[in-house]
Design a binder for this molecule. Sequence first.
Ligand code: ITT
Length: 179
Amino acid sequence: MIYFVTSNKGKHAEARALFGDLVQKDIGYTEIQADTLEEVAAYGIKEVASRLDGPVMIEDAGLFVDALKGFPGVYSAYVQKTIGNSGILRLMERVEKRSAYFKSVVAYAEPGQESVMFKGEVHGKIGFEERGRKGFGYDPIFYVDDISLGEMEIEEKNRISHRAASMNALKEWLEARKG
Ligand code: ITT
């Protein structure tokens, strides 16, 4: 059993489909202001590991839009809450270069052990409209092969997503360690 500390139900649902035995803990942790997701996750995992007795995992993710020089990046949660998807579409009006990527950094720790981190990315494009109601956050405006992540079932998104890549890397590490 692993505790997954997150406030985000969508993340938990995706992680749950990859790891059977996952328990969501919505207890919050300090998300430091930093330039990279790795720094945010490294700080956060220390905090949650000191508060929970057992294997713990957190995940920090962000959307990086090339034409916006990587914005919203580490500010993705704040930007989603404030200007939202319509705000990003507005910033991208008349912009031809639509390429963007999601990045996920998962951090995992067991009591008394050093934490480990795994990363994943999915590359795609910012669309011209919101499509689909299946995912969460930026999913309706992020397209891979002309389909938005918001139009995909969890199983489909988990075949290509940044989160599935980082979490599958953690799974492989855990399995390899078992021997
Ligand atoms: P935590 O409690 O796990 O931190 P959060 O929603 O704050 O939940 P993040 O800081 O990692 O999570 O996410 C940054 C933002 O990016 C947030 O607004 C998410 O909705 C969005 N986001 C993250 N992963 C996404 C995905 O797979 N698809 C669409 N949007 C995503």
